[in-house]
Design a protein around this ligand. Structure first.
Ligand code: MG
Length: 280
């Protein structure tokens, strides 16, 4: 019996543009199609951002609504996670689509430097987003870009500010934040297991660390993330052809580590989410 690995597809993100890789989906219809292909290749969870007409990050709730509706329709059972990430979006707008009640949303529990900006998450904003997620019954994915964010998440969970069991994503490879080093991942996972033994975890490697991080995570028993948001290349020799191509490679790797891509049903069970059927 192999162990399931939830594959998250990070479809679009805030940064990569068509100029970086023409396969980056930026319109809602492109995003739905790309998510559907990734779903068929083995992804069980979609991490979603939306863009405006100039490909800039957008907070438009109507776009989020259309994207969520399309993914629900075409990818039965897939878990939808909307991003409350900050790049290029006003703080007060970042939770503006949570009333759509996605099953999950991302939540960074602290601030950190990114390559060219401060990724600013004021404690009041973190609490406001967490409260909205409680109000709308949304499970957060805690984004840990730096170690302190893990301890803050633990404190918030103890204070009843986060739904339990907590799900954490460790992020590596962004310039000025944590480098992709296995010792750091091992330390973070050990701390997580000590603080919140019932928590689940994923790790994401940005840029060229994506595949290496996938391999470490498969070996260590975590869940995996891939996608054009984090990495527009397949390898040194060429750009990725699609989100589905990155998912298919990761799905193929699972067997090497005694794992298999989790079905949506398995992913829901692992994340303590309701076994939901498709919305008509
Ligand atoms: Mg994101």
């Amino acid at each position: 019996m192999t162990q399931p690995c939830i594959i998250t597809i990070a479809v679009t993100g805030s940064v990569p543009k068509k100029e970086d890789n023409p396969a980056v989906p930026v319109t809602v219809s492109e995003q739905i199609e790309s998510t559907h292909e990734a779903f068929e290749a083995g992804a069980a969870l979609a991490h979603l951002h939306v863009r405006d007409d100039q490909q800039r990050p957008s907070s438009d709730p109507e776009k989020f609504a259309a994207l969520q509706e399309g993914v629900r329709k075409h990818c039965p059972g897939m878990i939808i996670q909307l991003s409350t990430g900050g790049r290029g979006r006003a703080p007060e707008e970042r939770g503006g689509m949570l009333y759509l009640r996605p099953e999950m949303a991302s939540l960074a529990t602290g601030s950190v430097n990114f390559p060219n900006i401060i990724y600013e998450n004021h404690p009041d904003l973190v609490h406001d987003l967490a409260q909205k997620m409680l109000d709308y019954d949304i499970k957060p994915e805690i984004e840990v870009f730096d170690l302190a964010m893990l301890y803050t998440a633990h404190q918030m969970a103890e204070a009843g500010m986060l739904r339990k069991p907590v799900h954490v994503q460790f992020v590596f490879g962004l310039k000025n934040a944590l480098p992709a080093r296995r010792e750091i991942l091992e330390f973070e996972v050990a701390q997580l297991n000590k603080l919140m033994p019932d928590a689940t975890w994923t790790a994401a490697g940005i840029g060229r660390s994506q595949l290496e991080m996938n391999r470490w995570t498969l070996e260590m028993g975590g869940h995996c993330r891939t996608g054009l948001e984090d990495n527009v290349r397949y390898d040194k020799s060429r750009l990725a052809a699609s989100n589905a191509e990155l998912v298919a490679r990761l799905a193929g790797l699972c067997a090497e580590y005694g794992r298999h891509p989790a079905t949506p049903e398995e992913a829901r069970q692992i994340l303590s989410l309701p076994a939901q059927t498709a919305v008509a």
